[in-house]
Write a protein that binds this ligand. Structure first.
Ligand code: PPE
Length: 306
């Protein structure tokens, strides 16, 4: 998926042209992964473009920074305003939004305190994360040989750039074996999440997802799906999930900002249910896509109109 350039990028207080937004090769974060970021989506609605759960994403960004002892030199509402302004300037109706905060050029070595904290926001059109067919047809997965980095090694609740080498290794392994996506277990051997997605399964009409303590990123889409499922009066359980439970599920699906809601049709060559997207998955997917596109009045509070 090559990136479609937009006109402007916001960096360190200024709106720059796309090609101007550059960093030095000695940028601390490039060498040591000393950055935190977010992934947000803006969708077109009948009332114009709207950002989904903007304040929640920005709260998580500031929380990630705090946990990494990075002080963001702007208040939360400034970053929110910049995002809205950047989408306007680039005249986009739908886009992916990537705010990133990182230790810049200054000194080398593992003490980052004298390196400036740099902040940028980039927006661009990003289609289906797991492929154009993924939402309708679902994806094939494998249980990765790479375990999710445990929280006492890298806190999984923070969205830090450094965490993503773990995800990249799992992703490449899955692709090299001919699968669309990986499923990672935690150190205890329970199902954790995908390299860039949370995971759910359905068994006998009950919806299951790994709990907050299972070394996962606390996804905002995960949280949305939990609330949507409860409002639709499904029984939802946050419990440890074994690989056995996954193999025996009636349905399974991934959630994420980039991914949205994608059915999992196969795990390690075993069909999930009948190997086709399940009815509860499709119902939650439709509800989610309706909500983000402003078709459900009761969820308006999740939308920030441009
Ligand atoms: N787990 C991981 C490891 C993760 O990276 C994401 C988002 C999620 C769960 C779902 O979180 P949320 O988006 O809040 O529902 N992954 C982002 C980055 C993807 C990328 O390749 O870049 C995303 O979906 O935006």
């Amino acid at each position: 998926m090559s990136i479609q350039k937009t006109k402007y990028i916001w960096m360190n207080g200024k709106f720059l042209s796309w090609d101007e937004a550059k960093i030095h090769v000695l940028t601390h974060a490039l060498h040591y992964g000393s950055g935190v970021f977010e992934g947000i989506r803006c969708y077109n609605t009948i009332k114009g473009p709207a950002i989904f759960r903007l304040q929640d994403h920005i709260k998580r960004l500031f929380n990630s920074a705090r946990k990494c002892l990075i002080e963001i030199p702007y208040p939360e509402n400034k970053i929110c305003e910049v995002i809205v302004e950047l989408i306007k300037l680039n005249k986009l109706k739908e886009c992916y939004i990537r705010p990133i905060v990182f230790r810049g050029y200054g000194e080398m070595g593992l003490n980052p305190q004298n390196n400036p904290v740099e902040v940028a926001v980039i927006v661009w059109g990003w289609g289906a994360y797991l492929g154009d067919e993924s939402l309708k047809k679902g994806v094939k997965t494998m249980v990765s040989s790479y375990r999710r980095t445990p929280s006492n090694v890298l806190p999984s609740h923070i969205k830090a750039t450094a965490c993503y080498l773990n995800s990249i290794l799992a992703k490449l392994e899955a692709l090299n074996h001919g699968y669309d996506e990986a499923i990672m277990l935690n150190q205890k051997g329970f199902v954790a999440e995908g390299p860039g997605e949370n995971i759910f399964l359905v068994k006998n009409g009950v919806i299951y997802t790994p709990p907050a303590y299972s070394d996962i990123l606390l996804g905002i889409t995960r949280d949305s799906i939990l609330k949507i499922a409860e409002n639709l009066e499904y029984e939802v359980k946050e419990v440890d999930i074994t690989v056995e439970m996954l193999y025996n599920a009636d349905e399974a699906f991934f959630t994420g900002t980039a991914t949205e809601v994608v059915p999992i049709c196969e795990v390690d060559g075993r069909k999930i249910g009948d190997g086709k997207p399940g009815p509860i998955t499709l119902k939650l997917q439709k509800e989610y896509l309706d909500i983000v596109r402003g078709k459900k009045a009761e969820y308006e509070a999740w939308l920030t109109y441009i």
